[in-house]
Unconditional design. Structure first.
Length: 202
């Protein structure tokens, strides 16, 4: 299962969501390093979704290649702003369910994965039972090393508008805490944010 964690920062340009993931696949008695199906990827027509996945390899591939992620429609003048959380709960989760079915994954109300989804400057988790959660803390983690990463981020007492150039340092501290105390989370680590549209090694 291993680890994906993320946090939100703010500046004059708006909200930035940062995701970090390791690159391993855990099997019964050994670990494999993944070079192609990375746990972080961009999705959607405009690459407007940044998604991190922990779980089975088949579930990752289904979420990455089998889902047609819905397009966000900006409101017309005079229309109310759509609810982003409701959009993820309804439209995004429904698209994932359809994609899993299309990909031949029998989910039966749950599937072998957890997701972190960065969308429109916000960070959501989607559990294996398709429940959607958004933390008021501005950071979340999933996978075997999640508690360790969360503890490091909490100890750092990060603020959305106070990180600036310390984003990468913050990510490194959390990933080192996880990899030091969990055999299920280790380098190489991948980093992406919703503005850069690129995935890099950290």
């Amino acid at each position: 299962m291993s680890l994906v964690f993320g946090f939100v920062t703010s500046d004059d340009a708006g909200e930035h969501v940062h995701l970090v993931a390791d690159s391993i696949v855990l099997e019964d008695t050994y670990t494999r390093f993944r070079s192609d199906d990375t746990k972080l990827f961009f999705a959607g027509e405009q690459r407007e979704y940044l998604i991190g996945v922990c779980g089975g390899l088949r579930a990752l591939q289904a979420v990455k290649y089998g889902v047609r992620y819905p397009v966000w429609r900006e409101p017309e003048p005079g229309e109310p702003e759509p609810n982003v959380h409701a959009f993820v709960v309804d439209s995004v989760v429904r698209a994932i369910r359809k994609g899993l079915r299309r990909f031949g994954v029998n989910w039966n109300e749950s599937f072998d994965a957890e997701l972190l989804v960065a969308f429109r400057g916000r960070l959501f988790s989607i559990d294996s039972d398709f429940g959607v959660f958004e933390s008021s803390d501005g950071y979340m983690a999933i996978g075997a090393g999640a508690d360790l990463a969360l503890g490091a981020l909490a100890a750092l007492d990060i603020s959305r508008d106070d990180l600036g150039e310390r984003v990468c340092d913050t990510a490194r501290i959390a990933m080192r805490a996880a990899s030091r105390h969990s055999a299920a989370a280790c380098a190489p680590w991948l980093y992406a944010n919703n503005r850069s549209k690129t995935i890099d090694f950290l």
